[in-house]
Ligand binder design. Structure first.
Ligand SMILES: Nc1nc2c(c(=O)[nH]1)N[C@H]1C(S)=C(S)[C@@H](COP(=O)(O)OP(=O)(O)OC[C@H]3O[C@@H](n4cnc5c(=O)[nH]c(N)nc54)[C@H](O)[C@@H]3O)O[C@H]1N2
Ligand SMILES: Nc1nc2c(c(=O)[nH]1)N[C@H]1C(S)=C(S)[C@@H](COP(=O)(O)OP(=O)(O)OC[C@H]3O[C@@H](n4cnc5c(=O)[nH]c(N)nc54)[C@H](O)[C@@H]3O)O[C@H]1N2
Ligand code: SF4
Ligand SMILES: [Mo]
Length: 551
């Protein structure tokens, strides 16, 4: 008898957030995974990595019991212990750090190993309830996020389901062939249907550039110069939509004057591109009404990522491509989901007076850099969930030096013995998304989705939410969020936010949060008080917002 396929949602930090169908050959085992055919964004497509996820879930190297370090730090020598002992040890270490240095000596550290809101963000609730050091989440998207806030006023844009109606798709700082296969899939539909052209703006000839019609291989960090030169040509050659500019933007005349001295000759030496290449691209962009920029995260990787990304977002405001179906820009649709996450994150207990440490500076923080610590205490205790900073955080030498500190207590909750887990004093085994319930926003699309556990936890693995609850109980943290299980939290969060309840969203295979065309394309105004796109970034808007969320 063929085994049934059950619904789930991919938890990876990927704009596709696929609706999945998961084969379950027996109640304990996962078989094949495929994209949900009924979902008009996923369209039955998933990446090779997740199609073979059974290999990860049932991998012989999965962590299956709590472990205690027995050798020197970083030696990788551990012995199995029971959960009660493990959690008691973590709680005792947090109490000791608090008694010695105050609660800011404890730094719960997390990122996006899972994008499920309950399992990803629940650690915030423990943090806020106990006054532990907060975390500034800078490692991925803060620069492009700030650029969207500055120009558009919100992190949202063209519905990606319009991509097949585009005549020109520009992948700008996004290697879609590897990182967002669905955007490429949709662009190829446009190519087949309408002869649409695909352009890639990327310093590197990546897989996406290989299959593009045009590849602008600019110098890293020079996107602002290219965007200025393109806009210069648009104004110069009558390709700017002056009616649109007057109606929808803040200071088009000032912008035009600013660009007078910033043409292709000016930009060529900065970007490393030929004048002719810039002219050709500017004309192609300016003469194709249905032009869509799919802006990726690549620009976020440089110090000047905010002005560069903001300059790119100015392009459709100059041509008025926002007026067109299949036109405009999409970086993230994170703002489509107006969720009240108070219960999950314990926002009602957030004290803005508690210090917030920059996650990308973990090496500096752990090696006692006063620029990060200020007058505050050192960090002497950590719980790491959903991230592997020893491998992914900048200045890895300093990160490792910090993690090796004898006076640092480190607990890592993981599915596998990662680089970071190897430095831990206590390692806790974590479930995968197929073993727990959660709620997911689609950053690159428009569906809010929920998923239920399909198999029991492997070995003694426990979900993040359970670990957070168990620690809360031991540390005396009280909050309604600790009294619910994950599904109850999902349900209560949906209800508090005015969405259908969790069972209904589950039964419907997701909830479409897309906006009508007029709103999605900002034809009713951009998301600033005056409704205008801002060419000028105000000092305030150019900084990441305090609670800016990545999606
Ligand atoms: N050199 C280099 N560094 C980079 C980048 C790069 O391209 N190159 N990219 C940067 C970017 S964009 C990002 S977003 C970061 C990403 O860096 P990380 O946040 O470290 O991302 P992941 O590797 O996706 O996830 C980290 C861990 O989470 C674990 N995990 C998954 N699900 C769960 C769960 O439910 N519970 C628990 N407890 N653990 C779970 C996984 O096993 C994995 O080891 O790296 C940044 N750093
Ligand atoms: N298979 C797979 N998919 C993933 C991930 C993964 O680890 N594996 N990670 C996920 C995560 S966390 C994220 S954030 C996304 C990121 O996915 P993308 O948005 O594609 O971002 P990156 O891969 O960081 O960089 C994209 C491209 O930007 C280019 N780039 C670098 N600097 C610049 C610049 O200054 N200007 C321009 N124009 N381009 C530049 C790089 O050469 C790269 O080809 O992918 C997600 N998808
Ligand atoms: S494409 Fe992205 S969201 Fe879809 S299955 Fe792969 S990692 Fe998950
Ligand atoms: Mo990322």
């Amino acid at each position: 008898m063929p085994s049934a396929y059950l619904p789930s949602v991919c938890p990876h930090d990927c704009p596709s957030t696929c609706a999945l169908e998961v084969e379950r050959p027996s109640p304990e085992r996962i078989g094949k995974l495929r994209g949900a055919r009924g979902n008009d964004f996923t369209q039955g497509v998933i990446c090779a990595k997740v199609a073979r996820y059974a290999e990860r879930v049932h991998h012989p190297e999965r962590l299956t019991t709590p472990l205690r370090r027995v050798g020197p730090k970083g030696s990788g020598r551990f012995e199995p212990i029971d959960w009660t002992t493990a959690l008691d040890t973590v709680a005792a270490a947090f109490v000791e750090a608090t008694e010695r240095h105050g609660p800011e000596a404890v730094w719960p550290y997390r990122y996006a190993g899972t994008m499920g809101l309950v399992q990803r963000d629940g650690l915030e609730r423990l943090t806020h309830c106990l006054g532990y050091s907060r975390q500034h989440k800078t490692i991925c998207s803060s620069a492009v996020g700030a650029a969207l806030a500055a120009g558009l006023g919100a992190a949202r844009g063209t519905d990606p389901r319009e991509i097949p109606d585009s005549d020109l798709v520009v992948f700008w700082g996004m290697n879609a062939a590897a990182t967002h296969v669905h955007a490429l899939h949709l662009a190829r539909q446009a190519r087949r249907r309408r002869d649409a052209r695909i352009v890639v703006v990327d310093p590197y000839r990546n897989r996406t550039a290989e299959l593009a019609d045009r590849h602008l291989a600019l110098q890293p960090g020079s996107d602002g110069a290219l965007a200025c030169a393109v806009m210069h040509v648009l104004f110069r050659d009558g390709l700017a939509d002056r009616d649109y500019l007057a109606r929808y933007t803040d200071r088009p005349a000032e912008l035009e004057r600013h660009l007078e001295s910033r043409g292709p000759e000016w930009a060529a030496p900065i970007t490393g591109l030929d004048v002719a290449e810039i002219e050709a691209f500017a004309h192609e962009y300016g003469t194709t009404p249905r032009s869509l920029i799919r802006l990726g995260y690549g620009l976020s990787r440089s110090r000047n990522g905010v002005p560069n990304a903001h300059a790119v977002t100015c392009l459709p405001a100059v041509t008025g491509a926002w007026r067109q179906r299949g036109g405009g820009l999409l970086q993230s649709n994170g703002a489509l989901y107006p969720l009240d996450t108070t219960l999950i994150e314990g926002l009602d207990r957030l004290d803005p007076g508690v210090r917030r440490l920059d996650m990308s500076r973990i090496g500096a923080v752990l090696t006692g850099d006063r620029r990060d610590l200020g007058d505050g205490p050192p960090v002497t205790a950590m719980l790491v969930q959903n991230t592997n900073p020893a491998a992914v955080a900048p200045e890895s030498g300093r990160v490792r030096a910090g993690l090796l500190r004898d006076d640092l207590f480190l607990c890592v909750h993981e599915q596998f013995m990662t680089d970071t887990a190897r430095y831990a004093d206590i390692v806790l085994p974590a479930t995968t998304f197929l073993e727990h319930d959660d709620l997911y926003k689609g950053g690159g699309h428009m569906y809010l989705q929920v998923a239920r556990a399909l198999i029991p936890p492997q070995g003694e693995a426990r979900e993040n939410h359970v670990v957070v609850r168990e620690l809360a109980a031991r540390l005396g943290a009280e909050h309604a969020g600790f009294d619910m299980n994950a599904w109850e939290l999902v349900d209560a969060t949906l209800r508090a936010s005015g969405f259908p309840d969790a069972d209904s969203v589950h039964a419907a295979g997701g909830h479409d949060c897309s906006l009508p065309f007029e709103q999605a394309h900002f034809l009713d105004g951009f998301a600033h008080a005056d409704g205008r796109f801002r060419f000028r970034r105000t000092a305030r808007a150019s900084r990441p917002r305090r609670h800016h969320r990545r999606t």
